[in-house]
Design a protein around this ligand. Structure first.
Ligand SMILES: C[S@@+](CC[C@H](N)C(=O)[O-])C[C@H]1O[C@@H](n2cnc3c(N)ncnc32)[C@H](O)[C@@H]1O
Length: 412
């Protein structure tokens, strides 16, 4: 089918061979991050500098990296995944560097003191979540519990505790029995379990030092004069933002990127009560009972429903939520403000869904004008490159090879 909203192939935005780390290393792994280079280049092209930015699906915060680079003064980020907000807080909250070094020293002392007192170690509460022994050995659980206990009780500010929780979360993940190069939770092969004896504390200190260095070099120097507000729940500010820069999910968590599953063990250790419900709370997580039928996406959904009604409903749930979200976001942008969505068009049942077209259409229905869409090659995004297009074992397909940068402007 031909595109209603024209798409321009723009190799300038491929950034082939480059990664996130080229300009701004991340403090914590996160799935499907957007490389900040895209936003930085686009802001230059659109002459955007200064003003207020919104990212309604901020993940680990690459849009704020763009904002910092381009001198935006106020930024707001929302994400239902608590781990995402924690990572953003660590990167974008101003904390005096000497206080971080001080906290590092205090924490080392507290851990050493505790370790020297076996009686106290035995009294430390270990978390009590479902299947903890399936994912962690007894020794690892004990070491993580010591670390967590000392971080929680450290005589320091909440901001610094949040910072410390980020290397802690990475340590949780890497010391668990998960296969670490995967975003979904898969346990290591039984043959690997016995040999897996990670040095929990050693890894944590290494990650903490690395995080401090990255923060000190890349983020802290740019935080002066910028206010970044972060929260899990969206807070309304109508007609307020100059620009929205975001990379929304490509589909529901269950069948695309499982952000909640990726973050589960960290969220459990960090004491998030609804850690296991995150994926159902995210976009497309609640199944609808009717096909989405108000838009150019309808024909595609009908095609899918010929093969599987259930899949068509799952996909519909996502588009209902995305449409609703765009309607909300649109009301928050000033007249003349821009909406920039970086998105991939996933395949379901071998049918490629034109999410870029859907986004342009939804903005146009909400007082926006579509300016342009660029197509870029996807060479550097950390996400599952293959899935099963029919959801059947043994079949796989490259999920996406290109990405779309959809740019719209509020006209009324
Ligand atoms: C593609 S990722 C964003 C990645 C981000 N740009 C980065 O560089 O890290 C999409 C994010 O949307 C979040 N998300 C999904 N549904 C959401 C919803 N209904 N409300 C808020 N956030 C949501 C996910 O938790 C995930 O962090």
């Amino acid at each position: 089918m031909t595109n209603k909203y024209p798409v321009i192939r723009n190799c300038h935005y491929d950034f082939s061979g480059q990664s996130y780390a080229n300009s701004y290393p991340n403090l914590h792994k996160y799935p499907a991050t957007m490389i900040p280079q895209i936003g930085i280049e686009l802001f230059k092209e659109l002459n955007l500098s200064g003003g207020k930015l919104l990212d309604p699906y901020c993940g680990s915060g690459s849009s704020f990296t763009v904002g910092l680079d381009r001198g935006l003064e106020e930024m707001y980020g929302f994400d239902l995944n608590p781990l995402a907000i924690l990572i953003c807080k660590a990167k974008f909250t101003k904390v005096p560097i000497p206080r971080l070094y001080e906290a590092n020293q205090k924490l080392r002392k507290a851990v050493a003191n505790l370790q020297g007192n076996q009686g106290k170690v035995e009294q430390i509460k270990r978390p009590d979540f479902y299947h903890i022994d399936f994912w962690f050995s007894k020794q690892v659980t004990q070491q993580l519990a010591i670390l967590r206990h000392c971080i929680e009780r450290l005589d320091t500010s909440l901001r610094i505790k949040d910072f410390l929780r980020v290397p802690f979360s990475e340590t949780v993940r890497e010391c668990s029995y998960t296969r670490n190069n995967e975003f979904k939770l898969y346990r290591m092969a039984a043959t690997e379990l016995l040999a897996f004896q990670p040095d929990v504390l050693g890894l944590f200190w290494e990650k903490l030092n690395q995080a401090v260095k990255i923060y000190e070099t890349y983020y802290y120097p740019k935080l002066e004069g910028t206010k970044i507000t972060l929260s899990r729940q969206f807070r309304p500010k109508f007609n307020y933002y100059d620009v929205v820069l975001t990379s929304p999910p490509y589909g529901d968590s269950k069948t695309t990127v499982a952000y909640g599953q990726f973050s589960l063990l960290s969220n459990e250790w960090l004491g998030i009560k609804e850690a296991r419900q995150i994926d159902q709370m995210l976009m497309g997580g609640q199944r609808v009972k009717t096909l989405y039928s108000h838009s150019l996406i309808q024909d595609y959904l009908l095609e899918i429903s010929k093969q599987s009604e259930q899949r068509a409903m799952e996909v519909s749930s996502f588009y209902f939520d995305l449409a609703q979200s765009i309607q909300t976001v649109a009301q928050h942008i000033k007249i003349g403000g821009k909406a920039i969505y970086v998105v991939g068009n996933r395949r379901v049942k071998n049918i490629q869904l034109p999410t870029d077209q859907f986004i342009a259409e939804q903005f146009e229905e909400n007082e926006f004008k579509h300016l342009f869409t660029y197509e870029r090659l996807l060479g550097n995004k950390a996400m599952p490159l293959r899935n099963s297009p029919t959801n059947q074992k043994g079949e796989s397909n490259r999920t996406m090879t290109q990405e779309f940068i959809v740019v719209c402007e509020r006209s009324k």
